[in-house]
Design a protein around this ligand. Structure first.
Ligand code: ADP
Length: 151
């Protein structure tokens, strides 16, 4: 069934909702932070993914729950292991811009099998430098879906 089958859900649905309107506050850690600190941060902020920033506050990496679990069973001292060693790093990070739609975000999360996307603003195209201005998660999509359905 094509999306052009003009159902009301598509006319006013996530196809039309902008990331800017739904993005949540991004939770970040410094590149130099330890795996131990990242785990504490994950619990304190009640999130599943942390974004890693460099000295200039630019996006350097992503750390998920499973990244931290893997690192924890692979090392004796999580306080001595910097997150920069285990993170998924640029340029392999899947990002989203705030003028893209929730549908674009949903598509990327499914295609790349990831739970969250950093919402970014480009700082420098040539060097692949971005600042982080928010996050979109699978929960964001589910909440928007319920809202759109009026539930
Ligand atoms: P979990 O690993 O806890 O199930 P995810 O499914 O989101 O969480 O992450 C799967 C893998 O993909 C992890 O190694 C993580 O670092 C990586 N990852 C998570 N989000 C992104 C992203 N936006 N871009 C690239 N890689 C990501």
């Amino acid at each position: 069934l094509s999306k052009n089958a003009a159902s009301p859900a598509f006319v006013n649905g996530i196809e039309r909702k902008l990331v800017s309107e739904y993005k949540a506050h991004p939770i970040v850690v410094q590149k130099s932070a330890s795996v131990y600190e990242a785990i504490v941060q994950l619990f304190l902020e009640d999130v599943g993914t942390l974004y890693v920033v460099d000295e200039n506050g630019h996006l350097a990496g992503v750390i998920s729950r499973k990244d931290l679990l893997r690192a924890s069973i692979g090392t004796k001292n999580t306080e001595d292991l910097p997150v920069s060693i285990i993170m998924t790093r640029m340029p392999n990070i899947v990002i989203i811009g705030q003028n893209e739609t929730l549908h674009d975000a949903a598509r990327k999360m499914i295609d790349y099998q990831i739970d969250s996307l950093p919402v970014v603003k480009e700082v420098d195209k040539v060097t692949n430098t971005y600042s982080i201005i928010g996050r979109i998660t699978k929960t964001t999509i589910v909440k928007a879906y319920l809202e759109i359905a009026g539930l």
